[in-house]
Design a protein around this ligand. Structure first.
Ligand code: TRP
Ligand code: ZN
Length: 876
C-alpha cells in the first residue's frame, strides 16, 4: 500500500456544502472511449455557519477534460485534485458547474460505474460507482433531478435507456442516434442508470390503485426473450402486494428491468430502470430450477419495493444502508411468504442467518447493523446489514403488531418522502405511531454480535406455578468488548402432556415476552403439570437460545408443536445433538440413535404433512452449520458423520424413500407454484437418500430421471446426485451429456460448473483448477467465478480445508489475481479465509500465512485491504 487507506466514521458526518438542484448529463458512447458532459446547478447549503469548500468525488481512472464555473474554465490554481477528492476553491453561493470527463468503459472490469457486459453498455453506481463516470458530490444525501442524453451508434446500440421518461430522440448523419430521458424525482447519484445495447423486450401494463397506467418493460438479449415472462408476472404481483400491504403505489409512467450477464451482485433498484444479474431475472422451466424461480420472484420484488424503501425515502449516509436494505429484505420476505409457504420461507431465511450471518457476527469483520466505521463501503453489503437488518425490522413488527407497524411505516414514508434519513428516523416513526418505547431496542442497530439466551425452568407442583428464567449475554466483538442488554421479543408457547397449547396471557397460545434485563424470571400460574416450552417461536429474534431439551422432548415438539417453524427446529436440534455427539467421538462409536430413524419414518409416512415441510425436516443440518456451532471445527469428522448418518437413514428407510419418490412424481405440465415445488423437493430429497446407498438400481433411477426430465429442477437434481455418487464413470457421462445439451445457456452452464466444484471426491482442487481453463469459464464474469471458486471454498469444505493448505493457497492466489480485475469480487471471495480462528492450530497457521501473503502481494484495493487487515488484526 502506498498509503494507509482512510477510515470513515459515522460520528464525523457533516451535511454537504452544496446541494444540486439539477443535473444534466450527455453521454457520447464510442468503442474506444466515452465522453461524459455534466452540468450541475448548485447552491450553497446555508445551514453551515462557516462555509465549507465545494467537494466532488472522482475516481483516478477518469480523465478531466474541462471544468468550468458559470461558463469560465477553471485554472489549475482554482481547484485541487487529490486521490478521489476534487476541491474547488472560492466558489460562489450559486453556480453552474460544467464537467467533461473521458472514460473507458470497455476496459472497466471492476463492474462499477459505466462498463460493458457482453457488448452492451450498462452502469452500476451503488454505492460509489457514479464517481467513475463524472466528478460529482457522490453521496446519498445529495438529491437532484436528472436529465440524461445518451448518444451512440444506432446499429450497435439501437436501445438507449436511462431513468425516468423518454422526452426526446433524434438521428445524426453519421449513423448515430440519441435519446433524452428525464427523471422528475430527485435522487442521489447511486440510483442513476444508463443502458445502451442491442436489446429486445417484452411489455405489459399495470394500473395502479388510483388508476394511473404504468408501462412495464423487461429487456434482455434476443436469445433470452423466452425467459422473461416469470419476472413480468412477479413484477405485477409485487406492485399489487405493495399497494395492498403497505399502501404504496408506483410513481413514474414507466418501469423497466434490464438483464445483464456481468454483474457484481443480484440486482439494482435504479429509479425506473432496474438492472438485474441475468441469474435473478431469467426463468423458464427448461433452464431454471424451482429455487431459481423463487429467487427471481424474490429479487424482482426486492428491487421493486426499493422504489419506496430506498428511493423515495433514501439513506443519509452509507452507515444507514440497512435503513433501506434491512427494511426491503423484510418486505420481500413477507411478500414471498404470502406468495408461497410462509413456514418454508422462514426456515430458509433462518437457516441462512444462523449459518452465515452468525458466523460473520463471530468473525473479524463483525459489525453492527448500522456500522460505526468503514474503509470501503462495498465490504458492508453483508448478511448483517441485509438479513440481520431484516430481523431487526421483523422484531419491531412483532413488538408492535401488524396494525401499529403499518401505522409506523405510513408515518415514516409520509414524514420522509423525498428525503435522505437515518435508521433512527425509522425507529422514531415506529415509536411515534405506536406509542411504544423503543429506546433500548435501538441497541440492535449499534451493537454487533449474536446475543445468547440461556433458559432454565422450574415447576412447583404444590402451587402449580411454572417459572422460566432467561439470561442474556452477548460475546464481545472487535469493535466493542462489553455489550448492554438487548430488548428481545421472545415468543413462546407451553405444551401440555397431550401436546396441546396451554392458554397463556389473555387466552392466546403464543405470547411474546419482553426481555430487557440480563436476567429475568417469568411465571405462569395454574398449571397442573410441567409443560414442555416451545421457545422462540417463528424465530422471533436473531439469537442463539439454549435450553436443555431431552431428545424425547424434541421428538414431542416435532410431533405436536402448533408452530411450524419450531416443529422443524426441534428436528434440527435433535439431528444437531446426535451429530455433535458422533463428531466428538469420531471415529469410534459410529452408531446412530434409533430415535432419529423413527422420527424420520413418522414424518415421511405422515400424509397429512406438507411435502415441503417433510423435505425440510428430513434435510440434515449442513456441514457449514455444524462448523458454525463448533468451537473448533473438526472438518473431516463433520463430513464423515454427516455422510454416515445419511447412509444409515437411507438403509433404514429405503422402502419409505422409494415409496415417497414414486408417489411424488408430477404428471402435469411444470408449474413453479408452492405445491408443485414442494412435491419436487420431497421427491428429489428421497432420490438423494436412495442414491447414497451406492446401489446400481438407484443409480439408474437417477439416470433415467436425468434423461427424461422435462424441467431443470429434476434434471439438475439427478445430475448432482449422479456426479456426487461414487459411480465416477456415470458421473462423467451425465456431465458430458449435460454440457452438450446446455452449453449455449450460460446460466445452466453455471450449474454444471457448480456441481463439479462441490464434488468432494479425490482430486477436487485439481478439477477446479482444470475447470478454470474450460471454455465455459470466464474470470471477468462474476457468475462464473461464484459457480467455481466460491462454491469450492464455501461448499466443498473437506477439500478447501485440506490439511496440506492447498485450498487456502489456491484461494489466496485467486484473491491476488482478482484484486486487480474486480476488487468487490476479490474481497467477497476472501470470506472463508477470515474464519481462521475456528480451526485447529495447524490450519490457523496456514490460513494466516495466506492472509499475510495477500497483504504483502503489492498494491491492494481498499476492498481487499480492509478485510485482510481486519482478519490479521485479530491475531494477538
Ligand atoms: N442495492 C442493491 C440491492 O438491491 C445492492 C447492489 C447491487 C450492490 N449492485 C451492487 C451493492 C453493487 C454494491 C455493489 O440489494
Ligand atoms: Zn436491496
Amino acid at each position: 500500500m502506498s498509503q494507509e487507506p482512510q477510515v470513515i466514521y459515522l460520528k464525523d458526518y457533516q451535511a454537504p456544502a452544496y446541494s444540486v438542484d439539477k443535473t444534466t448529463l450527455r453521454f457520447e458512447l464510442y468503442e474506444e472511449e466515452t465522453i461524459v458532459r455534466a452540468e450541475l446547478q448548485m447552491q450553497r447549503n446555508t445551514q453551515h455557519a462557516e462555509p465549507l469548500p465545494l467537494q466532488l468525488f472522482g475516481h483516478e481512472s477518469m480523465e478531466l477534460l474541462r471544468l468550468a464555473v458559470n461558463g469560465g474554465v477553471l485554472q489549475q490554481a482554482e481547484y485541487s485534485r487529490e486521490g478521489e477528492l476534487l476541491t474547488l476553491l472560492d466558489t460562489p453561493d450559486q453556480l453552474t458547474l460544467e464537467i467533461v470527463t473521458r472514460i473507458e468503459p470497455q476496459n472497466n472490469t471492476s463492474l462499477e460505474g459505466l462498463y460493458k457486459s457482453d457488448g452492451m453498455f450498462c452502469t452500476q453506481c451503488e454505492a460509489e460507482g457514479f464517481r467513475r463516470i463524472t466528478f460529482y458530490p457522490d453521496r446519498p444525501d445529495v438529491l437532484s433531478v436528472f436529465t440524461t442524453t445518451v448518444e451512440a451508434e444506432q446499429s450497435r446500440y439501437p436501445v438507449l435507456l436511462s431513468n425516468g421518461n423518454p422526452i426526446a430522440r433524434g438521428q445524426e448523419e453519421d449513423g448515430r442516434h440519441w435519446v433524452t430521458w428525464e427523471d422528475p424525482f430527485p435522487k442521489p447519484a447511486y440510483l442513476f442508470a444508463l443502458v445502451a445495447g442491442d436489446l429486445e423486450h417484452i411489455e405489459d401494463q399495470f394500473t395502479t390503485a388510483s388508476g394511473r397506467p404504468v408501462e412495464l418493460k423487461i429487456f434482455a438479449e434476443k436469445k433470452d426473450l423466452d425467459k422473461l415472462d416469470y419476472a413480468m408476472q412477479s413484477l405485477k404481483r409485487s406492485m399489487t402486494w405493495d399497494e395492498e400491504v403497505y399502501g404504496r403505489e408506483y410513481d413514474l409512467d414507466i418501469f423497466m428491468i434490464v438483464a445483464v450477464d456481468f454483474f457484481n451482485m443480484g440486482a439494482m433498484e435504479n429509479k425506473g430502470l432496474n438492472i438485474f444479474n441475468t441469474s435473478c431475472v431469467l426463468a423458464n422451466p427448461k433452464t431454471t430450477t424451482d429455487a431459481a424461480f423463487q429467487r427471481v420472484e424474490g429479487v424482482v420484488a426486492h428491487e421493486y419495493f426499493h422504489n419506496w424503501s430506498g428511493n423515495r425515502v433514501t439513506c443519509r449516509d452509507w452507515f444507514q444502508l440497512s435503513l433501506k436494505e434491512g427494511f426491503t429484505v423484510f418486505r420481500d420476505a413477507e411478500f414471498s411468504a404470502d406468495m408461497n409457504s410462509r413456514t418454508v420461507k422462514r426456515i430458509e431465511d433462518v437457516t441462512l442467518l444462523r449459518t452465515a450471518q452468525f458466523a460473520e457476527d463471530a468473525g473479524p469483520m463483525a459489525h453492527p447493523v448500522r456500522p460505526a466505521s468503514f474503509i470501503e463501503i462495498s465490504n458492508f453489503y453483508t448478511l448483517t446489514v441485509y438479513e440481520k437488518g431484516a430481523e431487526v425490522v421483523r422484531m419491531i413488527h412483532t413488538l408492535l403488531g401488524p396494525e401499529l407497524f403499518r401505522k409506523g411505516s405510513d408515518l415514516y414514508f409520509d414524514r420522509h418522502d423525498g428525503k435522505a434519513v437515518t435508521t433512527d428516523d425509522f425507529v422514531d416513526a415506529m415509536e411515534d405511531a405506536s406509542g411504544r418505547d423503543l429506546s433500548q431496542f435501538r441497541r440492535w442497530y449499534s451493537q454487533a454480535g449474536t446475543p445468547e439466551l440461556q433458559v432454565e425452568d422450574r415447576f412447583d407442583e404444590s402451587t402449580g406455578v411454572y417459572q422460566l428464567t432467561v439470561r442474556q449475554s452477548c460475546p464481545g466483538t472487535p469493535d466493542m468488548k462489553h455489550k448492554q442488554p438487548f430488548h428481545i421479543p421472545l415468543a413462546l408457547g407451553l405444551l401440555d402432556q397431550q401436546g396441546s397449547d396451554l392458554p397463556l396471557d389473555g387466552g392466546q397460545t403464543t405470547q411474546v415476552l419482553d426481555l430487557t434485563e440480563s436476567e429475568q424470571t417469568f411465571s405462569f400460574e395454574g398449571l397442573s403439570a410441567k409443560p414442555v416450552p416451545s421457545l422462540l417461536r417463528g424465530f422471533s429474534a436473531p439469537v442463539k437460545l439454549s435450553y436443555d431439551y431431552s431428545r424425547d422432548e424434541l421428538l414431542f415438539l416435532m410431533a405436536h408443536d402448533s408452530d411450524g417453524f419450531n416443529r422443524w427446529d426441534a428436528s434440527q436440534k435433535l439431528a444437531v445433538g446426535i451429530m455433535q455427539e458422533l463428531v466428538a467421538a469420531y471415529p469410534s462409536q459410529m452408531q446412530l440413535d434409533q430415535r432419529l430413524v423413527d422420527a424420520y419414518r413418522r414424518v415421511l409416512t405422515d400424509e397429512s404433512l406438507d411435502p415441503a415441510m417433510v423435505a425440510q425436516i428430513l434435510t440434515l443440518p449442513s456441514e457449514a452449520y455444524l462448523a458454525e456451532l463448533a468451537d473448533v471445527v473438526d472438518v473431516e469428522a463433520i463430513h464423515e458423520v454427516r455422510q454416515f448418518i445419511r447412509r444409515q437413514l437411507a438403509k433404514a428407510l429405503e422402502s419409505e424413500f422409494l415409496a415417497t419418490y414414486n408417489s411424488h412424481q408430477t404428471l402435469e405440465a411444470y408449474r413453479p407454484d408452492a405445491s408443485e415445488v414442494a412435491r419436487r423437493s420431497l421427491k428429489n430429497l428421497a432420490l438423494s437418500y436412495l442414491v447414497a446407498l451406492d446401489n446400481e438400481a438407484y443409480l439408474s433411477l437417477a439416470q433415467s430421471q436425468f434423461a427424461d426430465a422435462d424441467n431443470m429442477t429434476d434434471q439438475q437434481a439427478a445430475l448432482g446426485q449422479v456426479v456426487h455418487s461414487d459411480f465416477v464413470e456415470a458421473g462423467q457421462q451425465v456431465l458430458a451429456k449435460f454440457y452438450d445439451q446446455w452449453q449455449h445457456e450460460s446460466l445452466v452452464v453455471n450449474q454444471w460448473l457448480a456441481v463439479q466444484a462441490s464434488d468432494v471426491k479425490e482430486g477436487a482442487l485439481e478439477r477446479v483448477v482444470a475447470l478454470m481453463q474450460h471454455e465455459a469459464f470466464d474470470m471477468k464474469n462474476p457468475n462464473k467465478v461464484r459457480s467455481v471458486i466460491s462454491v469450492f471454498c464455501n461448499q466443498n469444505l473437506l477439500n478447501f480445508h485440506r490439511p496440506d493448505g492447498s485450498g487456502y493457497r489456491f484461494l489466496a492466489d485467486q484473491v491476488i489475481e482478482f484484486n486487480r480485475i474486480n476488487p468487490q469480487i476479490a474481497s467477497r471471495l476472501l470470506t472463508p479465509l477470515t474464519r481462521w480462528k475456528k480451526y485447529d492450530a495447524d490450519r490457523q497457521a496456514l490460513m494466516k500465512a495466506e492472509l499475510g501473503r495477500i497483504m504483502d502481494s503489492g498494491e491492494l484495493s481498499k476492498d481487499v485491504y480492509e478485510v485482510v487487515s481486519k482478519s490479521l488484526a485479530a491475531v494477538e
